[in-house]
Design a protein around this ligand. Structure first.
Ligand SMILES: Nc1ncnc2c1ncn2[C@@H]1O[C@H](COP(=O)(O)OP(=O)(O)OP(=O)(O)O)[C@@H](O)[C@H]1O
Ligand SMILES: [Mg+2]
Length: 709
């Protein structure tokens, strides 16, 4: 029989459950050792994969080819475990574990497992969620959905169809802590706030004991257990067992052997609670953050008195000090009736799995709606009643803000500009609009609360392409947490045309990204500066034949100058006859340039011939920072070196220089054409101003528009 399951993929223990339509409730699927929970331990030896208790036994015996607690390293590219001669990422270990877990449970229960809802701590970020999805696929599962563990617990526990209530789920597992507050109304669940720490769990309480025993052993024998990997693995297992014993006994003994020495140490519950009080305090401060966030969102104070029920989830809540702390803070007892802290998460996930394929489920619940508490799926007492839940009844939120890397108003610092605030509903789209005319818009998506991008997680660089050339309209980029809590980014134009938005895989660190963006920005500014500068070399014939024409030449040239944009145009004035000389160098000061022109006019032609080579002599004298380089030549006769100048003009044009040649008097029209970029202009003296104006117009066209290429 093919079934869909819910899997609580825990740091220390995992559980699998399925919803039975016939029974109207969830069945937890036992493993081959007849247990509801399977230790999330993997042992790989000579290629053979062992999991669960078998692997845990190996760990206990100090087998170094075992891995545990890898869940908190999910999605961390820098972490791997070296086992059986190979490197394993947390994702790969989870994949192997899930594969074996599913095989074992399927065989034991004589079913075929098809689709699965896998639970993750609410506080898992995008990378950890994606890594979990990949691990599920690697195990051969159809991953129906990723669901938050506390939300899953509320689905399993909270849906009694009764009166409205605010429920707090305090989930302290083996490696993670999550606190979630939700409003439950009938069959509807609205998660209000969630907080957590995915590096805080039962293992930290173990660690406190381990450190204590290591210190005491060192004090007695001057032997460091850290130097003995096998003994350390054994100590880890023993300390976890001792911790569990302390949940029911006032004291316990831990014995450890290393280098032939045997140490026996008594630990009391009180001492243990004392040593770990800082860990418990961390959970209180995360609860308080939840209250603050809800208060802010509701614009009224929200605290313990607004909580109707506290549900303890996760094996570590069996520690009496957890319950004591809740009673101290809350003033009331948490709900314990009908709740199995080990399987409640898998139970909710199984209901969610059924919801994924059927969109509604009908539960046979044990208690009447008005009755407080009561597990819907785990208990079966009192008068049964049915409760129909719709997929849309469950509204989850995101535990992390989503932002993008942006330049702050000071144009210097980079910030995380938040787009989706923490505790926002999943499946809701948030948009940003951009004015951008380039070909590829890159958006760096970040996860985290801090404005400082260095304190966030980089989700990825999304490249948005497919815009029309020189796009003038706005680009709308849409950001979304999908129902798996995974980030999705897409983009469109104002008219709705969909653009391509591709996440680029890169291992760049934040400082590498920022350094590169800074460099690109500087280069773009430099390019823009260069591209916007226009240089015009005004080359005026002052040979003998120009006498009598100089006055008009000066007036026309002055008129020409009056039409130029001197915020970006630089002009140099050159005269030529038998020699050529720079009358005024590059300047964007109109007065300076005009006095250069006046100087030429007052020379009134030097009476000489035209043996100069003005093009060859000056075409390399444009400054290197400019892209619009223009020569405007005015002449009235034949040049001695026309053919070599034609050659030089060709070189200049090949270099990107534009040449406008204007001829008056006896100028050689064919020569003007050959040296010009377009056609030369041969005109009467009376039309000279007009000719210059035409040149000015064509320069304006050439240098306008999108100057940033
Ligand atoms: N009786 C007990 N007393 C104290 N701690 C216990 C007890 N029983 C189990 N634990 C601890 O509970 C933790 C396992 O809890 P649980 O199975 O809920 O975690 P998990 O789902 O594996 O982890 P997580 O939810 O963090 O991914 C372990 O650290 C285990 O040592
Ligand atoms: Mg758990």
């Amino acid at each position: 029989m093919k079934i869909n399951v819910g899997i609580d993929l825990g740091t220390t223990y995992s559980a699998v459950a399925t919803f039975s339509k016939e029974l109207g409730r969830v069945k937890v699927l036992k493993n081959s050792l007849n247990s509801d929970c399977t230790p999330s331990v993997v042992c790989i030896q000579n290629g053979k994969v062992l999991i669960g208790d078998e692997a845990k036994d190996e760990q206990k015996c100090g087998n170094v080819n075992t891995a545990a607690f890898y869940k908190s390293m999910m999605g961390d590219p820098g972490w791997s475990a070296y086992i059986d001669g190979e490197e394993y990422s947390a994702e790969k270990l989870s994949g192997l574990f899930l594969r074996e877990l599913i095989r074992d449970v399927a065989r034991t229960n004589n079913v075929e497992i098809d689709g699965a809802v896998i639970t993750v701590p609410a506080y898992f970020n995008d990378k950890q969620r994606e890594a979990t999805i990949r691990a599920g696929k690697q195990a051969g599962l159809k991953v129906l959905k990723i669901i938050n563990e506390p939300t899953s617990a509320i689905i399993a526990y909270g849906l009694t169809g009764g009166k409205d209530k605010n429920v707090m789920v305090y989930d302290l597992g083996g490696g993670t802590f999550d606190v979630t507050v939700a409003h439950v109304s009938g069959t509807r669940i609205d998660v209000l706030a969630t907080n957590g720490n995915h590096q805080l769990g039962g293992k930290d309480w173990d660690e406190a004991l381990i450190e204590d025993i290591k210190d005491r052993f060192y004090y007695d024998f001057s032997i460091s257990i850290d130097d003995h990997e096998e003994d350390l693995k054994e100590l880890q297992v023993k300390c976890e067992e001792a911790k569990k014993r302390l949940s029911s006994a006032p004291s316990t003994v831990i014995s450890i052997q290393c280098e032939g020495m045997l140490g026996k140490y008594t630990v009391t519950r009180e001492e243990f609670a004392d040593k770990t009080s800082n860990l418990l305090n961390e959970t209180i401060s995360l609860i308080n953050s939840c209250f603050e966030e809800i208060s802010e969102a509701k614009n009224r104070s929200f605290g313990w008195s607004d909580i109707d029920e506290v549900v303890l989830v996760g094996g570590s809540t069996r520690m009496p000090q957890v319950k004591d702390m809740i009673v101290r803070e809350y003033g009331k007892q948490p709900i314990t009736k009908d709740i199995n802290v080990d399987t409640i998460v898998a139970t909710g996930a199984a209901m969610q799995a059924e919801l994924c394929v059927s969109s509604t489920i009908t539960l046979t619940v044990a208690s009447a709606p008005s009755q407080q508490g009561g597990g819907t799926a785990t208990a079966n007492r009192a008068t049964p009643m049915t409760l129909t839940i719709h997929n849309s009844d469950i509204q989850d939120i995101t535990a992390h803000s989503l932002g993008m890397l942006a330049l702050a108003n000071d144009n210097k610092t980079y910030i995380n500009s938040i787009i989706i605030k923490k505790n926002s509903r999943v499946n809701e789209t948030f948009s940003r609009e951009y004015t951008f005319a380039g070909e590829k818009l890159q958006v760096y998506v970040l996860q985290g609360e801090s404005r400082d991008p260095y304190e966030t997680d980089i989700i990825g660089a999304y490249s948005i392409t497919g815009m029309p050339k020189d796009n003038k309209g706005k680009i709308k980029v849409n950001f979304l947490y999908n129902s798996n809590g995974v980030v999705e980014v897409n983009a469109c134009l104002e008219n709705g045309q969909v653009l391509s938005a591709v996440k680029e895989n890169s291992n760049e660190t934040m400082s590498e990204i920022i350094a590169r963006l800074e460099r690109e920005r500087r280069e773009a500014e430099e390019l823009a500066r260069r591209n916007s500068r226009i240089e015009i070399m005004l080359i005026i014939d002052t040979s003998g034949s120009m006498s009598g024409r100089m006055g008009q030449a000066q007036r026309s040239a002055t008129e020409f100058l009056s039409g130029l944009d001197f915020s970006r145009t630089y002009v140099s004035v050159i005269s030529f006859a038998n020699t050529s000389s720079v009358v005024s160098g590059w300047s964007n000061n109109k007065n300076d340039i005009n006095s250069g022109i006046r100087a030429i006019g007052s020379w009134s032609a030097d009476g000489g011939g035209t043996s100069a080579t003005p093009i060859e002599t000056h075409y390399r004298k444009f400054s290197s920072e400019c892209n619009h380089r223009i020569m405007v030549i005015l002449t009235d006769g034949y040049w001695n070196n026309q053919s070599s100048e034609e050659h030089s003009a060709s070189k200049a044009k090949r270099d990107g220089i534009t040449i406008h040649a204007i001829g008056i008097g006896e100028a050689d029209e064919a020569f003007l054409d050959r040296i010009s970029s377009g056609k030369g202009k041969k005109v009467d003296l009376s039309q000279l101003t007009e000719a210059f104006k035409e040149v000015a117009a064509s320069i304006a066209t050439e240098t306008s528009g999108n100057t940033i290429k």
